[in-house]
Design a protein around this ligand. Structure first.
Ligand SMILES: [Zn+2]
Length: 418
């Protein structure tokens, strides 16, 4: 029995639904004794397969399986696999657990690193079209919760690269500063744009060091790469602090690893940044919360009523790739007549009028056409949709804490002109 055969055995016998199996397969066991799925005798590891013991060539100080190992699978080895593939053991496990276990062959094998979000976005339509059942959706949710156990076994939360500055960063920074001094004069440091450019160049240097590390794209991603690492090892950055005009910014060229700066203005900028972050998080989170309550009270009694108010008025929407997912299952008005559309793909790049509750002629309620197909199926659901916007306020203020440092971005104005 080779690795693939054993993995397929684990799938068929459903032992992949047992936490202990993962622990014994993917971590290092060394004690000579009988475990649940393996036996170690005279430092040789055996797999328990039905009533038999199969000797493995796994060294005593190595796990039996490795998530990054490549395996070859044949079509229909598991029901959702529709073609022969080379895949990794990790991707295979993700698929049997999160795809095949809940959905059997109704959702295809995903042969790349993916998050549950990929499936979450498909589920509403699969449910609506009767392809999957509510029970299957629940199985998916349970499988995803179960997979959270893995974060202790498979984690790149700490590597040498993730915890150290890029070699030569100090020297590179010195040289870069000398270059800026020569090119722009000593005062460049007061120029916000130049300062941010400077930080970007440091980030690019750092990126060459971290981008091949296994933690890159995992713990080394998003705010850690864009914010925390630069502050720690490169430069604290440009701080706007509490100033209301947005003009009084301070460039703290030192990184936190170089210690607190003696310059009072810079020290003030660092402290203000920390205070602003905590303040925003507290105060604006509160705002988001109370906004939700207010909107819920205001919208609690709103319901959708059957019928069509036959309004000829609608909300003009300029359709782009980006806002496509916001407008689904809506009614479009063309030449005064309303048509149902699952999505607005065909209107990308143009403006289209859609039926909206804003223009509904019903009094004290809304018709099913203005409300759209989704609300037609859930007539008391209006307040749920409305309070979702409170969550947006919440998320913005939470993320401020992490993104308080100013960043330089390319803005192509032509993309924003309609
Ligand atoms: Zn209406």
């Amino acid at each position: 029995m080779n690795k693939v055969e054993y993995l397929l055995y684990a799938y068929k016998k459903e032992i992949y639904l047992d936490n202990i199996w993962y622990l014994e397969m993917f971590s290092i066991h060394t004690e000579n004794k009988e475990y649940k799925y393996i036996v170690i005798k005279d430092n040789i590891k055996y797999l328990k397969v039905d009533e038999h013991l199969l000797e493995t060539t796994t060294l005593n100080d190595k796990p039996i399986l490795n998530i990054t190992d490549t395996i070859k699978l044949k079509k229909f080895d598991i029901p959702c696999l529709k073609e022969d593939v080379y895949t990794s053991i990790g991707i295979f496990i993700a698929n049997i657990l999160i795809v095949a276990y809940p959905f059997n062959n109704k959702v295809d094998y995903i042969n790349n690193i993916f998050t549950p979000k990929v499936l979450e976005s498909k589920i509403p339509n699969l449910l609506k079209n009767g392809i999957i059942t509510v029970e299957e959706k629940d199985k998916f949710v349970n499988a995803v919760s179960f997979s959270l156990n893995f974060n202790k076994l498979f984690s790149y939360s700490f590597t040498k690269v993730s915890a150290t500055p890029a070699p030569g960063m100090g020297k590179y920074k010195k040289e870069l500063k000398a270059k800026y001094d020569k090119e722009f004069g000593k005062d460049w440091i007061e120029d916000e744009i130049k300062a941010l450019q400077f930080v970007n160049e440091l980030k690019a240097y750092d990126n060459k060091y971290i981008n091949k590390d296994p933690s890159y794209g995992k713990i080394l991603s998003g705010k850690i790469v864009n914010n925390s690492r630069p502050r720690m090892y490169m430069s604290f950055g440009v701080e706007s602090g509490f100033d209301a005009t947005g003009k009084d910014s301070t460039f703290v060229i030192e990184s936190l690893s170089e210690g607190y700066p003696k310059d009072k203005r810079k020290l003030r900028a660092i402290m203000n940044s920390a205070r602003k972050g905590s303040y925003d998080r507290g105060a604006e989170t509160q705002q988001g919360g109370s906004l939700v309550k207010e909107m819920q009270r205001a919208s609690n009694t709103l319901v959708i009523k059957d019928g069509d108010c036959e309004t000829k008025e609608g909300l003009p929407i300029y359709v782009t790739e980006k806002n496509l997912k916001v407008y689904k299952n809506v009614y479009v008005i063309e030449k005064g007549v309303s048509f149902f559309k699952e999505d607005l793909k065909e209107y990308i790049g143009s403006t289209v009028k859609i039926r909206s509750t804003q223009y509904c002629k019903y009094v004290d309620s809304f018709c099913t056409i203005c409300g759209g197909k989704d609300l037609e199926e859930y007539k008391n659901g209006i307040s749920l949709l409305i309070i979702a916007s409170g969550g947006v306020v919440l998320n913005i203020s939470m993320s401020k804490l992490h993104k308080a440092a100013k960043q330089l971005v390319n803005f192509d104005i032509t993309k924003y002109i309609r």
